[in-house]
Write a protein that binds this ligand. Structure first.
Ligand code: SAM
Length: 238
């Protein structure tokens, strides 16, 4: 049975869901991905290669897992994480405390109407957010608007393995086991039932690349990781 909300209720549904699961979010992520998620984020940050002294943006930042890595690359630059679920950012605040406010900060805001002027950032990342927005094309246009010419964007999202056997195993795990991991470690089976269902409704990697191109991003490429369970798309603003 589908638990996906209708489009007009999705933003409120998503914000409330992440507010509910914020305290267990990182723990469930590590367990459910067998610890692979941080390696995927490292690949994303390496793909955008934030320049030293530059400004980086992580959209749908959640608990801010990308920010220490972005800050490490840009060193005396500034890394900003934006999200509309405040409890997620509160939960991740300790990751920024060790960095200092001149290096990294959280900002409350909507990915579909980013609170930044045009041409503001040298590197933009987003991880596991695009599934949750009501308008993926608009989100990529917003990312493009706030990117400086020459900036690179990288998007990490769930995907579906290509090979039949892996695909079947992945589906059994994602739809059968992950909701129980969410229940046991995050106390919320419903949120981790939404996860595989929203992944099923998400565009294929080919289609996502097309949407990025239509939003203005150039040289769009993608690679699959985790046996095809996730895709990393990369594009540039010219
Ligand atoms: C699955 S979490 C991903 C968090 C983090 N990027 C990571 O890699 O773990 C999705 C995040 O996207 C945020 N989000 C979803 N839609 C959003 C929107 N329209 N504007 C801002 N944040 C949004 C949610 O609040 C949530 O924190």
């Amino acid at each position: 049975m589908s638990i996906l909300p209708p489009a007009e209720e999705k933003a409120v549904y998503v914000e409330r869901m992440f507010a509910r699961i914020a305290s267990g979010y990182d723990r469930v992520n590590r367990v459910m991905t067998f610890g692979l998620d941080q390696g995927w984020r490292r690949r994303v940050v390496a793909a955008v290669a934030p320049p030293v002294g530059g400004r980086s943006l992580d959209v749908g930042t959640g608990t801010g897992d990308f920010l220490p890595q972005l800050a490490a690359w840009s060193r005396d630059g500034m890394s900003v994480g934006v999200d509309f679920t405040l409890p997620m950012m509160v939960e991740g605040q300790h990751k920024l405390d060790v960095l200092g406010s001149h290096q990294a900060a959280f900002v409350g805001g909507d990915a579909l109407r980013l609170p930044f002027p045009d041409n503001s950032f040298d590197a933009i990342t987003t991880g596991f957010m695009m599934r949750n927005v009501t308008d993926i094309a608009l989100a990529f246009r917003e990312l493009h608007r706030v990117a400086r010419p020459g900036a690179v964007v990288a998007c990490l999202e769930v995907s579906r393995p290509r090979y039949l056997l892996v695909r079947v195993g992945h589906r059994l795990y994602f739809e059968g086991v992950v909701p129980w991991i969410g229940q046991l470690l995050g106390g919320d089976r419903r949120a981790y039932t939404y996860l595989p269902q929203s992944a099923r409704a998400f565009p294929s990697p080919e289609r996502l690349a097309e949407l990025m191109g239509q939003a203005g991003w150039h040289h769009v490429t993608y690679r699959l990781h985790g046996l095809g369970a996730v895709a990393i798309h990369v594009g540039a603003k010219v």
